[in-house]
Each structure stands twice: as C-alpha cells, then as structure tokens.
Design a protein around this ligand. Structure first.
Ligand SMILES: Cc1cc2nc3c(=O)[nH]c(=O)nc-3n(C[C@H](O)[C@H](O)[C@H](O)COP(=O)(O)OP(=O)(O)OC[C@H]3O[C@@H](n4cnc5c(N)ncnc54)[C@H](O)[C@@H]3O)c2cc1C
Length: 405
C-alpha cells in the first residue's frame, strides 16, 4: 500500500518535487498537496510578465489539473495548514479534519517584508508575491495611480517595470547606492539604472524610507533626509522572510529558515523542507533553481536512494525591467583575483569575468547574456581556463575555435 506523503505549500518547489517523485517512485506514495493559494501551482517567476501584460495569468500554470490527477495527487488548494502534531504524525488544516502522514514535506516559501515604519499598514500599501498581488497592481496600473516602489532588487525592478509599461508614473527608491547590489557590481548597476530610467522609471538611490504618509490611505513617502514623494500607492519590495511558523510552533529547529541537512531532513523524523522556507548550511536561497535542485535530491532520497544536496552555485539569469542581467559566483574582485572587463555603455553592454587561480570564479553580464550558461558551467566545473582565456570574453564559439587552433 502507498505511504501517505503530505506536502504543505503548492508552489514551485512542491510542483517540482511531485514531478521528480513521479519519475523515481511512482506509486510508492499517496501524495496530498495542501496549498493556501486559491489556484493550481503556477510559475511565480512569470508574475512579472503577467504584470507587464506580456503573459496571461492562466498561461503560467505549471501543470494542468489532469497532470496532478494522473499522478494520483490529492490537491487541496485554498487550504491553510495550521499545525503539525509531530508525535501523532498529523497535519491540521483550517476548517477541516486533520490529515495523517508517514512523511511530511514543508514547501511553504516566503512572505514579503513590510518595512517597520509608520504608515506601513495604510490602505494603498501593497507587496508583490502572488497572483492576488498582481491583480491589485494591475488595477492600480489601469487607474494610472502614482506609485512608489520601495526596493531596488529584482522584485522592485520588476514591479516598477510592469507598472511603468502600463503607463503608471513610477518612482523606485532604493536604500543602497546601487541597484541589485547583491547581484551586480557598481558599473553593471549604473548601466542597469540608465537602461531602467530609459523605460520612464524615476530611480532614487540612497533613499531611506522614514514613513508612509497619509491618514487612512497612502498619500506619499517621506525619506529620512526629509524629502517627500507624492504617491497614491506604495509597493514594498524590500526583502522576503521564509515561512517558518508552522515548523517553529511544532518544535522543529529553525533559524532564519527551517534547518535541513543534506537530505533536506529537518530536525524531526520524516519531516523535510525545501525551497525558500528551508535553510541548508546556513543559506536560505531566494531563487527557483536551488529549489529545483533540492526537489531532485529529495525525490531520490524519498525513493530510497542515497542522494545528498551539497548546496547550489547561485546564479541570477533574468530579464530585469526588460534588460537581460546575469551574475554568478564571486563577482566582486577579491584580493588575488583578476577582472577581465568589456564595457560598451552606448550599446547597453557590460561584461565582467573574474578569474582566480587560473579558473573562472565569477561573472556579471548586462545586455548581452548569450553566453551566460557557458560561463556558469565554467564556474561550476572549475576547469582551468588558460587555453581559452584570450577569447573567453567574446563567447563560447570563438573561445573553442581559438583553443582548437
Ligand atoms: C514576482 C517574482 C519574480 C521572481 N523572479 C524570479 C526569477 O527571475 N528567478 C528566480 O530564480 N526566482 C524568482 N523569484 C523567486 C521564485 O519565485 C521563488 O524562489 C520560488 O517560487 C520558490 O518556490 P517555493 O515553492 O519555495 O515557494 P513558493 O513558490 O512561494 O510556494 C510556497 C507556497 O506555499 C504556500 N503556503 C505557505 N504557507 C502555507 C500553509 N501554512 N498552508 C498552505 N500553504 C502554504 C504559499 O501560499 C505558496 O503558494 C521571483 C519571485 C517573484 C514573487
């Protein structure tokens, strides 16, 4: 008889785990997925395209209902899991009976942070995480409201781009002195800023939010230096917090995320976690690729294999506000490293490759990202690059030809 395996969260990590389990352990588990969003799992990354009017909301579903049915998965969506009884191996679901499990997987993702400033709860303050948020933002866009987006990372830029594309006046404010400071060095960030400004987005750097202005609804933002920006709506895109409450309340060890070992096992027997809610070797990843790698490993482990997750080399390969951006590895030039740089601001291209000990250890690309995956392979494989170094900057085809010559 199939063992009951329950997954909490019907997001990208959960969908990948089911996909991988169906390949390696079909029939071994009777799988139930409990998700609080009121729809089938969808590609969250594509919410930006939905906001920008480039993709329809129903087109971003990861799998149709029949796919889940064919794999014997019981899907409960619009349902919140409220409590884990570790000893009795039961999961409580709001307004429903408990469900028993032999194995439980937590794939609860993250929640967007709201800055801890006065006015953060006013009507007209929003976040950008799920399709309900996108529906609200599309309403703002249709009404041509003046919007301030707080946060110059990926999400803030995507929100600003989508709204600006719909004709909304948008100001993007960012605390740091450059955009996407965790993925880009200063020249790449400067180029990105100028490309984003060309899309009609006003960008303010070094801008620290003091409070959201308004009595009952948003009227603007005040910065700590006293400057004020009038606005009808504010979108906080200033970070995420892993959803750990369910685990924590059950006594499962947590830090910033739910702590897991190399088998994605939490501190409780037969309870696992993956995706953005999990913390592996001190890292909570906020990207989809590590969640997918974890899904592959966990499926194999649950199938009885000896698979182990060793962590991910994080790469960012995105279209930010319509501009292609890639970064991977150690892209800042630490002591003992060398940088090879090609910069053509007029054509919107910047490339930096970081070399250490004769190997490629990091890369940042803006504009032309055609060879991004090749650079990522070189970083991951740690192959010596002496033979291709002179032409490496110009891409794979040229480098391989010159190595062969
Ligand atoms: C607009 C946007 C753009 C992005 N772009 C990129 C990108 O370009 N590249 C990239 O790598 N990453 C990107 N990301 C991040 C990426 O989407 C996440 O890393 C990925 O979705 C994580 O998958 P997950 O399954 O861990 O979490 P999620 O996809 O968030 O799924 C978690 C699910 O669990 C549900 N849940 C939580 N608690 C409970 C509970 N108690 N009971 C029931 N259900 C619960 C949540 O509602 C949610 O549906 C983007 C994110 C957003 C919001």
């Amino acid at each position: 008889m199939s063992e009951p395996l329950v997954i909490v969260g019907n997001g990208m990590a959960a969908a990948r785990l089911v996909d991988e389990l169906a390949k390696v352990a079909l029939g071994r588990y009777a799988i139930a997925v409990i998700g609080d969003e009121p729809r089938l799992a969808y590609n969250r990354v594509l919410l930006s395209s939905v906001l920008a009017g480039e993709t329809a909301s129903h087109d971003i579903e990861l799998r149709p209902a029949a796919w889940w049915r064919d794999r014997g998965v019981t899907l409960k969506y619009g349902c919140v899991a409220t409590e884990i009884d570790v000893g009795r191996r039961e999961l409580k679901i709001a307004n429903e009976e408990s469900i028993g499990f032999s194995r439980l997987v937590l794939a609860t993702g993250s929640t967007p942070l709201r800055l801890n400033v006065s006015g953060a709860d006013l009507a007209g303050v929003h976040t950008f995480r799920d399709s309900r948020d996108v529906d609200l933002l599309l309403t703002l866009a249709a009404q041509k409201k003046r919007v301030v987006v707080v946060g110059g990372g990926l999400l803030g830029l995507e929100a600003a781009y989508g709204l600006a594309k719909a004709g909304t006046p948008v100001t993007l404010i960012h605390l740091m002195d450059r955009l996407m400071e965790r993925q880009l060095d200063a020249p790449a960030a400067e180029l990105l800023k100028s490309l984003v400004e060309r899309k009609g987005i006003r960008v303010m750097l070094g801008a620290n939010t003091a409070r959201v202005l308004g009595e009952t609804r948003v009227e603007g933002i005040e910065l700590t230096d006293g400057r004020r920006i009038d606005a009808d709506a504010v979108i906080f895109a200033a970070g995420i917090r892993p959803n750990i409450a369910l685990a924590k309340d059950a006594g499962i060890p947590v830090n910033r995320g739910i702590v897991v070992d190399d088998h994605l096992q939490t501190g409780a027997p037969d309870i696992f976690a993956l995706g953005e809610c999990a913390e592996h070797r001190g890292i909570c990843y906020g990207l989809v690729e590590p969640a997918y790698e974890q899904g592959r490993v966990l499926a194999r482990y649950l199938a009885g294999g000896a698979a182990a997750y060793q962590g991910s080399v994080v790469a960012t390969n995105l279209k930010v506000s319509g501009v292609s951006v890639f970064s991977a590895g150690d892209f800042m030039v630490a002591d003992g490293c060398e940088a090879i740089v090609l910069s053509d601001v007029r054509h919107g291209t910047y490339k930096k490759l970081v070399v250490s000990d004769g190997r490629l250890t990091g890369a940042v690309l803006v504009g032309d990202v055609g060879d991004a995956l090749w650079y990522l392979e070189l970083i991951r494989d740690r192959e010596p690059i002496a033979g291709i170094r002179p032409d490496m900057m110009f891409g794979r085809s040229l480098s391989i030809r010159s190595e062969a010559a």
